[in-house]
Design a protein around this ligand. Structure first.
Ligand SMILES: *Cc1c(COP(=O)(O)O)cnc(C)c1O
Length: 450
């Protein structure tokens, strides 16, 4: 099994060569094909005899890879793009080659040590105490769910007579919060944000008190604040919501999957004041911290609360559970895990944190400049000044269909990938700028088609 035959050696070079070409050059955006088209081109790839490494790689390069949009393309501005650094991507090759197990200290001490230092950087930026800690999970969805499960377990101990649990969040919160409430079978109390789209602490307190007065036996166990909404990059009133949570005696979770990356950007750090009160927070390095998919940093103020509920108990696992060692598996809904925080750690360790601050700041500056160009554009209207690096706007006179036709053509022409969204029920366009290689020229090229 471990024989590195000449055939394997040759394949290794082919794979490394392809990876280097992929890393060195801006690949085309590419785009999806139908299953029928792909079958026409690829046929049935799983056969009894196997195709051999060379042929399988060729098929991937020529057919399959070209049917996947390059999410790190500088003119991919839809959803939240990805922008892994070269260092992070290259180190992912090492992680892939190393058969590391990231679930326990016993098996992966070195990897876990490094991941924990990367988590510490985020935790320090947020101003959490020394005792804070957590784990890299697959994404913000699992991060939010794991944090809320810990929050509820904590509340159950404090309030044993509650018959129905409730999580409170902004009506603008991410879909994963609603999804978590379904998985957990708890109620979701959506609170209306203010005119700017930010949820305010005072409104939370009033809404929660009113809800609980109307629903005997129900109790809100956590408030989720969003630090950078996905659609518009709006940051809730973290200071006020943290205070409200404290006064109500409930958990304060900050969903910063996209936005908390900007904790490292001095120009906007003040927008996150209050985050230091969080009982838990998440941020996805695969969004705006230059890491490859898939990595969400999940951090708890008091990790022991999370450990109590997430630790899996079984005879065959008991050997892992002693000496107070840090087992990442114990802090979220998972057991086996790859050391997915390592590409992020490597990039952060190699580049240094200053470079991270600079790169995030640069994308914010591009967003500000983009907003200025949009304001000066005869056909476009800016929805609001960008807070972080999402710029949302409308095209005068266009309906939902016009936006979709434009978006489809933009991709078909391989100019860019920008998908329509909506705001207050109206169709809009938005650019999410997280890639330091997205330059003003890229923005202008897209705006020229509007
Ligand atoms: C992206 C996002 C999520 C979900 O994260 P995934 O990594 O896609 O699971 C949650 N909350 C916010 C605010 C997000 O932007």
């Amino acid at each position: 099994m471990h024989e590195f035959t000449p055939e394997v050696e040759a394949l290794a070079h082919e794979i490394l060569d392809y990876s280097l070409v992929r890393l060195r050059t801006d690949p085309p955006l590419d785009g999806p094909r139908t299953p029928e088209e792909l079958f026409e081109l690829a046929g049935n790839t799983i056969t009894a005899e196997g195709m051999g490494g060379h042929k399988t790689l060729e098929l991937f390069k020529d057919v399959l890879a070209t049917a996947c949009i390059s999410t790190d393309h500088p003119r991919y501005l839809a959803f939240i793009p990805s922008a892994p650094s070269e260092y992070a991507n290259l180190f992912d090759l090492v992680v892939g080659a190393s058969a590391l197990y990231g679930g326990s200290w016993l098996e992966g001490a070195g990897a876990v040590f490094a991941e924990n230092q990367a988590l510490r950087w985020i935790s320090d930026l947020a101003g959490l105490p020394e005792s804070a800690g957590g784990v890299f999970v697959q994404g913000g969805t699992i991060g939010n769910l794991s944090a809320l499960v810990a929050a509820r377990a904590h509340a159950r101990e404090k309030y044993p007579t509650v018959t129905r649990w409730v999580v409170a969040a902004s009506a603008e919160s991410h879909s994963s919060i609603s999804s978590a409430s379904v998985v957990m079978d708890v109620e979701l109390l959506l609170i209306k944000p203010d005119g700017s789209g930010a949820l305010q602490g005072g409104d939370c307190k009033a809404a929660i008190s009113a809800y609980e007065a109307d629903h005997p036996g129900h109790k809100v166990f956590a408030i989720v604040a969003t630090a950078g909404t996905t659609n518009l990059g709006i940051i809730d009133d973290l200071q006020g919501i943290g205070k409200a949570a404290k006064e109500l005696g409930i958990w304060f979770h900050v969903d910063g999957a996209y936005g908390l990356a900007a904790l490292c950007a001095p120009s906007v750090r003040g927008l996150f004041d209050g985050v230091e009160q969080a009982d838990s927070l998440i941020v996805d390095p695969h969004k705006w911290l230059f890491a490859p998919f898939d990595a969400c940093a999940l951090i708890y103020r008091n990790p022991e609360i999370a450990r109590k509920v997430h630790l899996q108990k079984a005879a065959y696992l008991e050997t892992l559970d002693d000496d107070g060692e840090w087992n990442p598996s114990d802090y979220a809904i998972h057991l086996t895990r790859r050391a997915r925080g390592l590409p992020f750690w490597f990039s952060l360790a190699a580049h240094g944190t200053n470079e991270y601050s600079l790169a995030v700041t640069e994308t914010i500056e591009v967003a500000i400049k983009t907003a200025e160009i949009i304001k000066a554009h005869p056909n476009l209207e800016l929805i609001s000044e960008p807070k972080l690096s999402v710029v949302a706007f409308t095209r005068k006179g266009w309906g939902a269909k016009d936006y979709q036709i434009w978006s489809d053509k933009l991709l078909a022409d391989q100019i860019g990938f920008v998908t329509p969204s909506s705001h207050h029920g109206q169709p809009i366009l938005r650019f999410a700028i997280v890639n330091p290689w997205t330059k003003i020229g890229d923005i202008e090229a897209i705006l020229a088609t509007l």
